[in-house]
Write a protein that binds this ligand. Structure first.
Ligand SMILES: [Cu+2]
Length: 620
């Protein structure tokens, strides 16, 4: 029996009544037993209606001949597509047949915080053998979202699935076909084994480091510089295709995931990055995609040939495929593998699958030294010193070797760290940090000049000849309702130690709920600046709210998102109206970064005059 000391929660009768025992009627697969000859199904069904039942179980998975352990919901990975309708309430009964606690978080959904599904923050979790009912009032939004476990590392094992909410009125996006493409990863390693490897030595999964010394346009000085910093220019993702098989709706690239179309039709694809640790570059060679929604929210259509999707983001696009077939390629950001699906005019039709492109290298900007990015304009960035160059020892920088003689081809793209002697630069100048950032072993880099990188297409996508989406392209389709100027600005630093795999906000690893949360007054207007003091991109996710990206769009059209990528060594800003009272998770959505401590609780005060909200673990 779960105890949830929340006024208005037990009062509604939802908590106590929803906890029931498992009966012998539970299907075998739900108890973790055999299904389809012992395997978890790949792909998903759809569930809908006023009352939905989901059962969390476990079993073996088989993907392209590789076997592994999986956690499945209703017997499949991904779990079922939960189809909801705007304006209608829904009860979702979640039964946990695992022998460990579990949970479901509705990613991107505006729900009372008691139903947000984060153990220890919004509810106690679902114990083995129990059923918890998420009693969701009338749904206040439409669009593409997803759900996933927020317990332990279960998400990596397959505990996730898509959500589509049909609008109450007319959908501004008209399409003849409507598909979900959920990207994720399969691994035969147990999630905790991956975590152990990451802690023992960053770079374990970076198999590209075994060849980069031979294949990359780096001089001997470059290599010594990177070695001195104990960093790799190929440190793009922590976990790579050396262990992951990238999945399209649960299917490996050779397993023939296809979406059928008739020539002339408009096809809507709802792309969900439901992976644990991967960013993907999505493109359809030969076709143009029109981005029509970001994180479930409609945007003015943006024609692109490629877009990068961070972990936990969603993008909807419309495409008019031509010919027999077209390939949807979702290449991992480090180009170590890809998920593949086919737009097919008849079952079995296939188009060519392009080879993986060359792996990208990190740039000056990724090291937080944007002012020194002299790629496009030769040495232009070096000409005026300005704020960017303050505090740098120019004499020690070895200008003579700059300009990248190592690789002339790089002159149109941001320069990799070619030929630069970093000896005189302080990559850990902690005087640049605000006083509330804790300085310690958990912080191995301070961005020297963390500029706003909203206009950045993502690692490895600079300088391409075709159009790649950036956050600056996103303009909300409908006007925002809160146009107040923020009354205060808050700065949060993303901090880490790559080598020791320590990740945190403001240098403080999250360890317990009792720690001081980030506090917001009800309905205040805040501008939040996220500063990334690391060389990895972090997808930062706030539960229970949409924030508006400060991306140069008119204030009433700033795009609403629930997850924002903060580029390496750069910054990102959003405006927020915290108007959902309660405790909410705020974290990096790279699963192992969150697990390592890049997590905080955001507390939104109760509405004026309302009684104080009771938190998990508090008594009446
Ligand atoms: Cu989430």
């Amino acid at each position: 029996m779960q105890t949830i000391n929340r006024r208005g929660f037990l009062g509604a009768g939802a908590g106590a009544a929803s906890v029931i025992g498992l009966t012998a009627l539970t299907p075998a697969w739900a108890r973790g037993a055999d299904l389809n000859g012992g395997l978890i199904r790949q792909g998903f069904d759809e569930v809908s209606g006023a009352s939905i039942d989901l059962t969390i179980g476990e079993g073996p998975r088989l993907v392209q001949g590789r076997r592994g352990h999986g956690i499945a919901v209703n017997g499949s990975v991904p779990g079922p597509l939960v189809r909801l309708r705007e304006g209608e309430p829904v009860r979702i009964n979640v039964t946990n047949t695992l022998d460990a606690d579990s949970s479901i978080h509705w990613h991107g959904l505006l729900v009372p915080f008691q139903f947000d599904g984060v153990p220890g923050v919004s509810f106690p979790g679902i114990k083995p053998g129990q059923t918890f009912t998420y009693d969701l009032p009338a749904i206040r939004q439409s669009g593409t979202y997803w759900w996933h476990s927020h317990s332990d590392l279960q998400e990596q094992a397959g505990h996730y699935g898509p959500i589509v909410i049909d609008p109450a009125g007319t959908d501004p996006v008209q399409a003849d076909r409507d598909y979900v493409l959920l990207l994720s990863e399969f691994t035969s390693m147990m999630p905790h084994a991956i975590m152990d490897k990451l802690k023992k030595g960053e770079g374990y999964f970076n198999y590209q480091k075994t060849t980069w010394t031979d294949d990359y346009p780096l001089s001997g000085a470059d290599r010594r510089m990177w070695a001195k910093m104990r960093m790799m220019p190929t440190d793009i993702l922590d976990v790579t295709g050396s262990t992951y098989t990238y999945l399209a709706n649960g299917h490996g690239p050779k397993e023939g995931m296809e979406f059928l179309f008739n020539p002339g039709e408009r096809v809507r694809i709802r792309v969900i990055n439901g992976s644990a640790m991967s960013f993907f570059n999505v493109r359809i060679p030969g076709a143009r995609m029109h981005i029509v929604a970001a994180d479930g929210q409609n945007v003015r259509p943006v024609p692109v040939e490629e877009f990068q999707i961070g972990t936990a983001e969603t993008y909807d696009f419309v495409v008019e495929p031509t010919g027999e077939a077209m390939t949807i390629v979702a290449e991992s950001m480090d180009r170590s593998g890809m998920a593949v699906a086919t737009l097919a005019s008849r079952p079995g039709a296939r188009a060519a699958v392009p080879a993986l492109r060359d792996p990208p290298l990190l740039t000056m900007a990724d090291m937080g030294m944007s002012g020194m990015d002299h790629g496009a304009g030769g040495m232009a960035g070096m000409a005026g010193s300005g704020g960017a160059m303050e505090g740098m020892d120019h004499s020690a920088m070895g200008h003579g070797t700059m300009g990248g003689g190592a690789n002339p081809a790089m002159t149109t793209a941001p320069e990799p760290m070619g030929g630069m002697d970093m000896g005189g630069m302080n990559m850990r100048d902690t005087s640049k940090l605000p006083p509330d950032v804790k300085v310690g072993p958990g912080l191995d880099m301070v961005a020297m000049n963390p500029v706003d990188r909203m206009g950045d297409p993502g690692i490895g996508l600079d300088g391409l000849r075709h159009k790649v989406l950036t956050y600056k392209d996103l303009v909300a389709l409908a006007p925002n309702d809160d146009l107040r100027t923020p009354s205060r600005q808050m700065e949060i630093h993303l901090t880490g130690n790559m080598e020791r795999f320590m990740w945190s906000f403001d240098g403080k690893k999250f360890s317990s709920v009792s720690e001081e949360p980030i506090r917001f007054a009800y309905n205040e207007r805040v501008r939040v600046k996220l500063v990334n003091n690391s060389m990895m991109a972090h997808p930062i996710h706030l539960h229970g709210h949409f924030f508006e990206l400060v991306n140069g769009a008119p204030p009433d059209r700033q795009p609403q998102k629930h997850t924002v990528i903060v580029q390496p060594g750069g910054s990102a800003m959003f405006d927020l109206t915290p108007d959902e009272p309660g405790d909410w998770a705020f974290h990096c959505h790279l699963l192992y970064h969150m697990h390592a401590g890049m997590f905080q609780i955001v507390t939104v005060a109760a509405r004026d005059g309302a009684p104080d909200l009771k938190r998990v673990g508090e008594s009446e």
